[in-house]
Design a protein around this ligand. Sequence first.
Ligand code: NAG
Ligand code: NAG
Ligand code: NAG
Length: 286
Amino acid sequence: MKLQFFVYVCALLCIMHCVAYKPVVLIHGVMAAKGSLMLLANRIKQAHPGTEIYVSDRFNGWSSLVSMWHQVKAFGSDMMNVSASHPNGIHLIGFSQGGLIARGILESFPGHNVKTFISLSSPQAGQYGTKFLHLFFPNLWKKTAYELFYSEVGQYTSVANYWNDPYHQSLYYRYSAFLPQLNNEIITSQSESQLASFTSLERLVLIGGPDDGVITPWQSSHFGYYNLSDEVVEMRNRDIYTKDLFGLKALDKFGKITTIVCNGVQHFDWHLNLTVIDNHVIPYLD
Ligand SMILES: *[C@@H]1O[C@H](CO)[C@@H](O)[C@H](O)[C@H]1NC(C)=O
Ligand SMILES: *[C@@H]1O[C@H](CO)[C@@H](O)[C@H](O)[C@H]1NC(C)=O
Ligand SMILES: *[C@@H]1O[C@H](CO)[C@@H](O)[C@H](O)[C@H]1NC(C)=O
């Protein structure tokens, strides 16, 4: 009798364990705060009851402009704490700048156990647009922003860390303290580990669209970027992919990259749009 009961409890625990949804860590965008992600968090919980959602309360408002590596370290240590108590793995979602911070975490915390990473309209390939600049720096224009951003002082701000001026690439490589390192376009002692750590993902979901209005070019959300003719070259034709600098090609080869284009979504609506959340976010969080 006792044994039967024991077997029964074990079976029940196993079932609960096996069907449980993995916890989800969310990282907010620039100038935003934890609260901005509550609608997304609640929608996930409704669709997947019992999901634990973690939203770190760091770098709200103007403090979201501090340097990217600084934010990667802090958000990353919060995420690793969640990882540590969920050995079966977790999922990670970053919105806008938060998606680039998330990639920084995935590359620089080799012990992570993130299964699915959803990048929600994030400038993964960088940013080169005046409209975006004017959200924080009303006096800067895209053609001259490099003069400020590509300097040691300029690099104290997150936006400068992923400012990618196609016409000043040698300054970008020389001064940018974040994106070229993250992309392994500049080889450092971390490069190999970054590649291995990013490639351990099981699924990479890249979401973006032409009506975004802030991410410029919008294809940066899919790792596409400008070349010197002002045309956008898609991910698979860029050096970061063809040379597989940090693992995109490896992930793609195993069918682990999903690229989603949504029309009719403006930048500050992605994380609030229920159609996007229901169709393109929740289905990947099993
Ligand atoms: C780390 O996780 C534990 C248990 O999940 C929690 O009690 C603790 O507050 C977390 N610490 C930080 C700094 O987030
Ligand atoms: C930029 O990309 C376009 C489209 O792929 C191509 O036709 C053009 O030659 C490229 N320009 C340069 C300077 O590489
Ligand atoms: C929400 O997303 C759908 C699908 O991309 C789009 O058609 C619609 O215009 C969006 N609505 C808002 C308010 O952003």
